[in-house]
Structures are given as C-alpha cells and as structure tokens.
Design a binder for this molecule. Sequence first.
Ligand code: FNR
Length: 181
Amino acid sequence: SQFHIAVIVGSLRKDSFNRQLATALARLAPADFHLTQLRLDDLPLYNQDDDGQQAAPVLRLKSEIQAAQGLLFVTPEYNRSIPGVLKNAIDHASRPYGQNAWAGKPAGVLGVSVGAIGTALAQQHLRNILAYLDAPTLGAPEAFIQAKEGLFDADGQVGQASRAFLQGWMDRYVAWVKKHA
Ligand code: FNR
C-alpha cells in the first residue's frame, strides 16, 4: 500500500532552512511514501467564533490531514517555542470540539535552527501539544539540526555530514508510521 504523509513546515520564509530540510527529507523516504508539504500561509488567524463555518483553507487543511497516514512536523524555534504560524494551523485543525483532525495520526518532529540547540525547546513544546491532541510522536531518535555550511548540497539534498543520521531517522519514522497503519 501507499503512505501519504502530511508535512507541516513551521516557517513561511522563502528560503526557509526548515522547508529545505522537509524537501530534502522527502528524497530519503522509500518509494511507497509520498510526502506533501501543506499550505499554511492562507489560513486566517484562528477565531473560535468561526468554528461553525470554518474558512475554505481550514477545511482544506483538515481534509489533507485526514487523508494522510502520518504527519511530519519540520519547524524552526521562535523565542524558545514553536512559531505562531504553526500553532495557528494546529489550533485550526483541532476544532470544532470533537473534530480534531490530528487525533491518532503518527507524527515525526524535527527542526533546524541557526542556534546550537537546534530547535530542542520548540520540539519539546510541540510534543506536549501533540500529546494533548492524541497524535503519537516518534520518541527516538531526536533530530536537533543546526544550520551549518554543507547541511544541503548544491542539489538540495542532505549533505554528506548529516546524510546517514537523517536516513536513519527516516527509516525509524517509516517503521513508526507503518506500525500505526
Ligand atoms: C528566531 N531564531 C531562533 N533560533 C533558535 O535557535 N531559538 C530561538 O528561540 C529563536 N528565536 C527566533 C525568533 C524569531 C521571531 C525569529 C525570526 C528567529 C532564529 C531561527 O533559528 C532562524 O531565523 C531560522 O532560520 C528560522 O528557520 P527557517 O525560517 O530558516 O526555517
């Protein structure tokens, strides 16, 4: 069977390292895994008054999550937590009450940062949120990536220094998703 993975990138920046990482990771996945980055930049700011009539981009986000067999979060750390853009998307798809799209979807969490701790605190906050939303998250290996020269090669693939580590991460993630199928 085929596995569709909804990839959620926590940065809207054009040259985002996290988006580059998400794109490079897709090339480490096996042929039966299809990784698609979801669009977050057209979501309105979450407002509980709209729970009864969610906007079209929100409905699209929720249906993309529901159609996926797994989730992959690739996010920067902003001020020692997750970016508002990501939290906004998470909140949207968790509502209305009782219709949480994230529930039961196996999730992987990783991120790249210019700072030395490589999004560790953002990931910790994100794991807390996903636990509440009933999305089981792969615990190990953790992937705290620092953006350094050579992280990506000229072709946009993961560079030599991190290739084996991230391939190992992907292999564990693939097994995690299959275990929940
Ligand atoms: C940052 N950055 C950052 N880095 C970090 O390691 N820990 C942090 O708490 C923060 N805080 C933070 C807040 C805000 C508002 C910005 C804009 C940036 C730096 C961050 O790692 C860097 O900008 C990355 O390049 C962001 O990821 P993308 O956009 O390249 O994917």
